[in-house]
Write a protein that binds this ligand. Structure first.
Ligand code: HEM
Length: 586
């Protein structure tokens, strides 16, 4: 059927082009046709008045006729051209909005998958948006870690209705839920077949770099970016992590000065901490400018989240709505600021100044090396590429890490026994002194706690991919155009995988490391997996350990009575009403 459709489409296109060619040739021919010269005719048949009048009459008629035929053909040509172009577009639109979704729907249902029937263009988007809004308005019980119905409400409703083998309509595309660990591993490994979803133009304004590229462009960027995230380089960044954390705990200390304890919403502090760390590690001495970039990117993320809840209409971004104008303003300002920082850095490097050991410095150095080794600029990144990658650091690396920290601290507030055990370990390794890199690797209890927090509250609750060519996934045959979702949160909470106590906070699951806890299966993947696994995994874990250790050294904490348990998805899984704690100075 797919082949037939393709053939019809090709035949139609060929027909259109042939007709256009014929019309063009006819136009040329007609332009060449001219009535015979008057003198030639007169020479042949004599010059009497009557003959002349007849000839003139005939000339007049033949001129008129030729002219009319010519005009007619030009008109037919123009109308035909527009008609056929419209026909192509109409066919493409019809195929996108109706034929293709119907075809994919049929293929999935034939294989036993279930979902709502397709609704023209919007699919399930309206219901999905309603369901998210509805879930947002209902906070959970403080001790409830069964957060899936709140964070992925529409998937949970669909699974309840149709069972595990289900799909939803993300606009005109069906999105199949993949939960089998083997299948998840295959999707993440075969990154050429299962590719990242093409971003819509408004989403590209937020960041358009390695995180959304595919194929050669992704491979090139990953190769150039990799050296910036090697453990050796991260080790050199520890003083920066330390400095940012020191500033934060000093502010907390000031807040508890008078009574030795106080109520404090730690969420904005953690957001500030991770943005400072990215600003400093990305841009070194220019981190004040980095801070401003972070604030603008944060606002941009809110606009993008709002926009992506509805179907993107091509061209919509050109309308001068308030949101569109603001998004473009932010984009312009962020671009200009990062470009300024990069230009300064490149000038300094060219002047022979020692290269800074921050992400931007390492990235520029790695880029120059690649261009030099390959002897061709095409192998390196352009300044625009570097700007986009800097924007990616903020989006991919900032909110994710503050989210990991906030849920870990909330969980430790609810489980004082684990808080005490973690503190004991930190004090044993570092006392109340400065943290050392080697010591961080010996924080076994803290690592177990971070892993259990990532299992229960993964910052990214699901990954998405699109099938680029007809393929087999387990028993399932997937057609090109089908989307897949890998619901990290649902797999992490699956009782069949993790046991009856899957929803309980039990860091001891990870006492012998991740591979023992998962039995080597893809059942725990907060950082994704395969070749596209999070490039900042080590960066994030070292940063989180540093922050947690420094907090545990100085404070004990519990949840404030004003805390409302309401995880919500704003690109990452955030606490909707912040995280007010009662802090006690130690
Ligand atoms: C707790 C913290 C973090 C979590 C949970 C996290 C999670 C993830 C996940 C799930 C992916 C895979 C996305 C996919 O396959 O669709 C990813 C990719 C990525 N992350 Fe992270 N991340 C964290 C921290 C960071 C940091 C600190 C940075 C950089 C400073 C970073 C940069 C990236 C980049 C560049 C990618 C794209 C890699 C590629 O496609 O090759 N992440 N992250």
């Amino acid at each position: 059927m797919q082949l037939l459709m393709l053939l019809v489409e090709l035949a139609l296109l060929e027909l259109v082009f042939m007709l256009l060619l014929i019309l063009q040739q006819m136009k040329k021919l007609l332009e060449q046709i001219k009535p015979p010269e008057r003198s030639t005719v007169v020479d042949l048949i004599g010059t009497t008045n009557e003959i002349e009048r007849k000839i003139e009459y005939h000339f007049f008629l033949s001129n008129m006729l030729a002219d009319s035929i010519f005009k007619l053909f030009v008109a037919v040509f123009e109308v035909g051209q527009e008609f056929f172009i419209s026909l192509i577009y109409a066919w493409k639109l019809l195929n996108w909005a109706w034929f293709k979704p119907r075809k994919l729907d049929k293929c999935l249902r034939q294989q036993g998958l279930k979902g709502n029937s397709y609704k023209l263009i919007f699919g399930d988007l309206k219901e999905l948006s309603k369901s998210v809004e509805n879930a947002k308005s209902k906070p959970l019980n403080v001790s409830d870690d069964d957060i899936s119905p709140k964070v992925l409400p529409y998937f949970i409703e669909t699974i309840k209705k149709y069972g595990k083998n289900c799909f939803i309509w993300a606009g005109p595309k069906p999105m199949v839920c993949v939960r089998e660990p083997e299948a998840i591993k295959e999707v993440l490994t075969k990154y050429g077949v299962y590719q990242k979803v093409e971003l819509t133009p408004p989403t590209k304004l937020l960041a358009h770099g390695i995180i959304s590229y595919n194929e050669d462009k992704w491979a090139k960027h990953r190769k150039i970016l990799n050296p910036a995230f090697h453990m050796e380089k991260i080790k050199n960044m520890l003083p920066v992590f330390h400095l940012s954390c020191s500033e934060m705990v000093s502010q907390w200390k000031e807040a508890v000065t008078e009574k030795g304890s106080c109520e404090l919403d730690i969420w904005p502090y953690l957001e500030r901490l991770t943005s400072d760390v990215i600003s400093r590690t990305a841009f070194g001495s220019n981190y004040e400018e980095g801070r401003k970039i972070f604030e603008l990117q944060k606002e941009q993320a809110e606009h993008v989240t709002e926009v992506s809840r509805t179907l993107y209409i091509p061209g919509w971004r050109f309308l001068p709505t308030k949101r569109n104008r603001r998004m473009k303003e932010i984009e312009k300002e962020v671009q200009a600021m990062i470009r300024g920082i990069i230009d300064k850095r490149v000038k300094a490097m060219k002047a022979g100044e020692a290269n800074a050991d921050d992400l931007l410095g390492i990235l520029l150095e790695s880029n120059f090396k690649e261009i030099e080794q390959q002897g061709n600029n095409d192998f390196g990144m352009t300044t625009q590429d570097v700007i986009e990658e800097c924007k990616v650091f903020y989006i991919a690396g900032q909110e994710t890490t503050s989210v990991l920290l906030v849920w870990t601290i909330i969980l430790l507030s609810r489980h004082p026994d684990w808080q005490a055990r973690a503190r004991e370990e930190v004090l044993q390794v570092f006392g109340d002194g400065t943290l050392k890199f080697d010591g961080l690797n010996r924080l076994k209890m803290v690592t177990m706690i971070l892993h259990e927090s990532l299992r229960l509250y993964p910052p990214a609750e699901a990954l998405t991919r699109r099938v680029t060519t007809k393929t087999k996934l387990g028993e399932l045959i997937l057609q090109e155009g089908v989307m897949l979702t890998l619901p990290i949160l649902l797999v992490h909470h699956d009782k069949e995988i993790w046991g009856e106590d899957a929803l309980e906070f039990k860091p001891e699951r990870f006492s012998e490391g991740v591979s023992k806890a998962t039995k080597g299966q893809m059942t725990f993947f907060p950082f994704g997996g395969g070749p596209r696994i999070c490039i900042g995994l080590n960066f994030a874990m070292i940063e989180a350990k540093t922050a947690l250790a420094m907090i545990l050294q100085r404070f004990s904490f519990e949840l404030s009575p004003s805390y409302t348990h309401s995880p919500q998805s704003v690109i990452t899984m955030q606490p909707q009403y912040g995280a007010p704690l009662i802090l006690h100075r130690l």
